[in-house]
Design a protein around this ligand. Structure first.
Ligand code: SF4
Length: 316
């Protein structure tokens, strides 16, 4: 049904596609999996220049991840953000004993692997004929089929309809490239798009998909206290889902006792809230069973959140 489109798509990919990306020239499922997870919330350039290779150097195989402490995995993830991804990667590595299943159905059983990621790993590593549905692909489908509504079910249906099952690898890679290079969110380049002929939304592409209703980010007001004694500092490991496993200075919603000496104020924007915190330093005894004492040098080996790095600047 879409034979002509598939031919133009593959031709476009042959000439314009990013064939040099390291995760495209390997069929090692672990390396593909790692790239998929890192790329979920981060741009290709950042992943490529700062995170992908150092991570693989430290953990050459998924078994190395499985046999490591979560702290070591988080340390290599530091700066990449969305730390739940690293935690899930570690849990998944342990769950499958460092050997990924060879099909999307079983990949889906692992934590942090959703349907599109499972399809991507399986299509790229095992050539399983399955379409993917990441943010870029969604945008193309919305426009190609003129679908205004943001409806996951409808988009999966469209993804299967347009899919070239004879070329799962090249088709999916081409879709990702067109999404990031041609069918741009604000300025789609329809004139050079291989979908131009059949695209139902090209006369008003910005209508598809319908704009998201903007939510106002809540502000979290906190007090951060740097407790210190004998040249050491107290930190605890975060337990909540967000930032789980990272180390940080003591953080409170409010304090009953004297906080100590005021050091300054920090602001940190996260995806779903903004942290506003006054930072104090105190030599008072504190009681907190989660707290552990570290020298300044030892702190360099811990994984900290961006907010805690800002706090660190006050004491350096
Ligand atoms: S023709 Fe335009 S709107 Fe349609 S898929 Fe291509 S770039 Fe997007």
């Amino acid at each position: 049904m879409h034979n002509q489109i598939h031919t133009s798509l593959l031709q476009w990919y042959k000439i314009n596609g990013r064939h040099d990306l390291p995760w495209r020239i390997t069929d090692d499922p672990y390396k593909i999996y790692l790239s998929e997870i890192m790329l979920q919330q981060t741009q290709v350039k950042t992943v490529l220049e700062r995170f992908y290779f150092p991570f693989l150097e430290k953990f050459p195989t998924l078994l190395d991840v499985a046999q490591s402490d979560l702290d070591d995995v988080l340390k290599m993830w530091e700066g990449l953000g969305y730390y739940t991804r690293a935690k899930n990667l570690h849990t998944a590595a342990k769950k499958c004993n460092g050997i990924l299943p060879n099909n999307a159905f079983e990949l889906l059983e692992l934590p942090g692997i959703g349907r599109s990621t499972a399809h991507a790993i399986s299509a790229f590593a095992y050539k399983e004929p399955l379409p993917i549905l990441d943010a870029n692909v969604k945008r193309i489908l919305h426009r190609y089929f003129a679908i205004e509504k943001r409806d996951e079910k409808l988009l999966w249906k469209a993804a299967y309809e347009l899919f070239d099952s004879g070329n799962p690898f090249n088709y999916n890679q081409a879709m990702m490239d067109i999404g990031s290079m041609v069918c741009l969110a604000r300025k789609p380049l329809c004139d050079v798009c291989p979908f131009e002929k059949g695209c139902e939304g090209k006369s008003v592409p910005l209508k598809y998909p319908q704009p998201k209703i903007k939510k106002i980010k809540p502000i979290r007001n906190r007090i951060i206290v740097v407790y210190t004694r004998n040249g050491q500092f107290a930190l605890s490991q975060r337990k909540e889902r967000f930032l789980h496993g990272l180390w940080g200075f003591m953080q409170y919603e409010e304090l009953e006792n004297n906080e100590g000496k005021f050091l300054g104020h920090i602001t940190q924007h996260y995806s779903h809230f903004t942290l506003q915190a006054d930072v104090y330093i105190s030599e008072e005894d504190f009681v907190n069973e989660d707290g552990e004492w570290f020298s300044r040098e030892e702190i360099n080996f811990l994984s900290l959140s961006r907010a805690d790095y800002k706090v660190l600047q006050f004491i350096d």
